[in-house]
Design a protein around this ligand. Structure first.
Ligand SMILES: [Cu+2]
Length: 475
């Protein structure tokens, strides 16, 4: 028990933990490892192991690693399935189900060859189980209700025990009333470190993990709609949405690994700016070197895990996000017609006489929405938001920033603030004369000769120059 606490305190997160006040039988609980709870959605520093084999621990974005106690050579963990309140972004809280105070649950980190015993206490109003996604284990430990075990009824504690046989990137989630329980946020990450130098697993300076998840929560509501199959409106990493997702802070030159698992109902092409990466591992373990090639986007399909690696050698604030553009937005009404190019001002003036708060959306594109001070219900994430050093970032959902800094101390995960660009290295407004374009070779310098014969005679091209009144269509 003391080991358990000490481990946790060494992880640097001591101030924000509480022990579970349990409604489950106190006698039964007394023999179990103390369930450790996390009360904040902040990114906790890595949990450095002080028993068992050493490894370089991972950092869970807006999450934490579960401490264990060593019991006669067995690593013992205690997960408590329970309702939680998760702050998904500042000003927006969701009523979810999770483990040990948060959704997702804590990351479990072990070493290849470890014997692991996990107590699972059910404090949900319905039965549950845990499936250890991707693990080699005895069939009876696989966590499929009805197939390999009886369900864990409310108030009961079950124990799972197996050897973490292969190193890699895994996750855990219920295999009982799955649609409900996953839509409510029950899931967690699992990393098994190699027990010795592994030819296909490099040592890295930073190792980040997070789950891709999604919710359907009406603006102003707190609880996800559990019957939603595809039309989710909140696309999150570890049940956080931008600007609530912490940045991935690294030192320039660091070798960085990012591990992701997808427990949403659709795929996510994950895109990193400024660097190329290799996909070094999947759900099946490390990939053979001959199969690795450089990419800047990798798709993570439903139920898959991907681990990517790169050298962070370019200083700056580099966007890292899902490339489906509606996955970098937060909840909004879907029935919004495209209003680009439609001039509403006169109409709105008339409507406002009748309905003072009426507002037309997206007359010039959607970017305006990120700055609009629209009356929105309480407990609603803004559709797009997040202030950057140059104004609104106009993003939501599955978006964060990899911050690469020359002077970020080794092993320090603190947010260094916004990048200060060297003078003269930002894109800037052009205020000089615009060079006139040359249209034809004979008129000076078009490299592609244009056939005189096919040259259209009577077509007048209207070119709208940028500048004042560019949003107006003056015909
Ligand atoms: Cu996506």
């Amino acid at each position: 028990m003391t080991t358990n606490r000490r481990n946790f305190l060494l992880g640097g997160a001591g101030a924000s933990v509480a022990l579970a006040a349990t409604s489950v039988s106190k006698v039964a609980m007394a023999a179990l490892p103390e369930p450790v709870l996390q009360t904040t959605p902040n990114t906790m520093p890595p949990l450095v192991p002080n028993t068992g084999r050493q490894y370089n621990p991972v950092v869970t974005l807006n999450g934490w690693t579960l401490p264990w106690r060593m019991n006669n050579g067995v690593k013992e963990f205690h997960l408590v399935a329970e309702p939680v309140v998760r702050e998904m972004a500042p000003g927006f809280k969701a009523h979810l189900w999770g483990y040990n105070g948060q959704s997702p649950g804590p990351t479990i980190e072990v070493v290849e060859g470890d014997r692991v015993r996990i107590f699972v206490t059910n404090k949900l109003p319905e039965r549950t189980s845990i499936h250890w996604h991707g693990q080699r284990l005895p069939n009876g430990m696989d966590g499929v209700v009805g197939l390999t075990q009886t369900p864990i009824e409310p108030g009961k504690t079950y124990v799972y025990e197996f050897v973490a046989r292969r190193p890699g990137t895994f996750m855990y989630h219920p295999h009982a009333d799955e649609m409900t329980q996953m839509a409510m946020g029950m899931m967690g990450f699992w990393v098994t470190h190699p027990k010795a130098k592994h030819p296909l697993i490099d040592e890295v300076d930073r190792d980040f993990v997070f789950l891709l998840n999604a919710y359907d929560i009406e603006p102003g509501a707190y609880t996800p709609k559990i019957m939603t199959m595809l039309d989710f409106n909140l696309w999150s990493w570890n049940s956080r949405i931008f600007p609530g997702i912490d940045s991935l802070n690294v030192r320039q030159g660091d070798k960085v690994r990012i591990r992701m698992g997808n427990l949403t109902m659709t795929n996510h092409p994950m895109h990193l700016h400024g660097h190329e990466f290799l996909v070094t591992g999947t759900d099946g373990g490390p990939t053979p070197k001959s199969s690795r090639w450089h990419e800047v986007t990798t798709d993570v399909a439903v139920g898959q895990m991907r681990q990517l690696e790169f050298i962070a050698d370019e200083e700056g604030d580099w966007a890292f996000h899902c490339h489906k553009s509606h996955h970098t937005m937060n909840a909004m009404g879907h029935e919004v017609p495209t209003m680009i190019g439609v001039e509403h001002r006169g109409v709105v003036r008339e409507i406002n006489k009748l309905i003072p708060d009426y507002m037309v959306m997206a007359e010039r594109g959607m970017a305006d929405m990120s700055e609009m001070e629209m009356p929105i219900p309480d407990n609603t994430a803004r559709m797009m938001g997040g202030e950057g050093p140059f104004g609104s970032v106009e993003m939501g959902g599955m978006f964060s920033v990899v911050k690469v800094r020359r002077n970020q101390p080794r092993g320090d995960y603190k947010d260094p603030g916004w990048y200060k660009h060297p003078t003269g290295t930002n894109a800037f407004e052009w205020t000089g004369a615009m060079p006139e374009p040359s249209r034809f070779a004979s008129e000076g310098g078009q490299s592609m000769p244009v056939s005189r014969r096919n040259r259209p005679k009577d077509i007048e091209v209207q070119i709208r120059k940028p500048g004042a009144g560019s949003a107006q269509h003056n015909h």
